[in-house]
Design a protein around this ligand. Structure first.
Ligand SMILES: C[S@@+](CC[C@H](N)C(=O)[O-])C[C@H]1O[C@@H](n2cnc3c(N)ncnc32)[C@H](O)[C@@H]1O
Length: 262
């Protein structure tokens, strides 16, 4: 995402230093006033996998649950959504969003907003949003079916859910529950197969459930950079067999599933 703002050399230096203070930058990339923020994740690649399959976002009210720094939200607003709300409890992501907002100004007419709250803070049975995204969140939830119900309740009838999450290979009954860590992450609970996830969605009352993408995460998509200097995917895979994590589990594989609230 690129915002062209003319900055003097000293303004650019100041902005660079301030933006650096908000590191680690995980979701992006951004180019703000000529400053390139090379984030850990190529979130633009995820967007390229998701975007072609969406009901057009123009004029839709959109919720991005666990939307991180807001990278995808700006892309949704760019597609003409009437309103995009990011919810994410991470203070760092909130301030990264606000830093980007500083450069965007009112160019989006204030259509893109961020509330630093979690899915559990969304009122029950809201039935408001035309499109709800949950990307990279389900595997962090200890009760995945409850998460699916919460997403459904946030949608207006007929609305569209875009669910992106870690999956494993397998059939309708395959669900993998790792030990204390998965790819070094401590808070990973349920990794279903994409077929099992479709089954869950149907059991939760979604219709028109379909897998639109499934792929193993590459070392080019998630890696350490100058803006995220900690360990990244390469450090979390078995050095002798990159098809496995350091714990010996299948390496991260992600699916995108789309469904409608009946
Ligand atoms: C792996 S990141 C995914 C970010 C982004 N959606 C993406 O796909 O790149 C998971 C996000 O979920 C957020 N999160 C954690 N607990 C949450 C909750 N209870 N409700 C909503 N989001 C949550 C985290 O702060 C984090 O930003």
């Amino acid at each position: 995402m690129s915002i062209d703002v003319a900055l003097s050399n000293s303004q650019k230096r100041q902005c660079f230093n301030l933006l650096r203070k908000l590191s680690p930058w995980r979701k992006g990339p951004f180019r703000l006033g000529g400053i390139d923020i090379d984030t850990e994740w190529r979130s633009d690649w995820k967007w390229q996998r998701v975007a072609p399959h969406l009901a057009p976002l123009k004029y839709r009210k959109v919720l991005d649950v666990g939307g991180g720094s807001g990278y995808h939200a700006w892309r949704m607003a760019g597609e003409g959504a009437a309103f995009v709300l990011v919810i994410d409890p991470s203070p760092r992501f909130y301030w990264q969003f606000q830093a980007v907002r500083h450069f965007v100004g009112d160019a989006d007419g204030g259509r893109t907003q961020f509330l630093p709250v979690g899915i559990e803070d969304v009122p029950e049975k809201l039935g408001f949003f035309d499109t709800v995204f949950s990307m990279g969140v389900l595997y962090h939830r200890p009760s995945p079916l409850e998460h699916l119900q919460q997403l459904k309740e946030a949608l207006a009838p007929g609305g569209e859910l875009i669910l992106e999450t870690l999956v494993v290979e397998g059939d309708e009954q395959t669900v993998f529950v790792p030990g204390e860590r998965y790819a070094a992450m401590p808070n990973v609970y349920f990794l279903p197969s994409s077929k099992a996830l479709c089954h869950w969605l149907e059991r939760c009352g979604f219709s028109n459930v379909r897998v639109v993408d499934e792929a193993v995460t590459t070392l080019d998509e998630q890696r350490s950079t100058d803006w995220m200097t900690y360990q990244s995917l390469a450090d979390f895979l078995d050095p002798d067999d990159p098809t496995l994590t350091v714990e010996g589990y299948p390496a991260p594989r992600r699916a995108v599933i789309i469904a409608n609230r009946a």
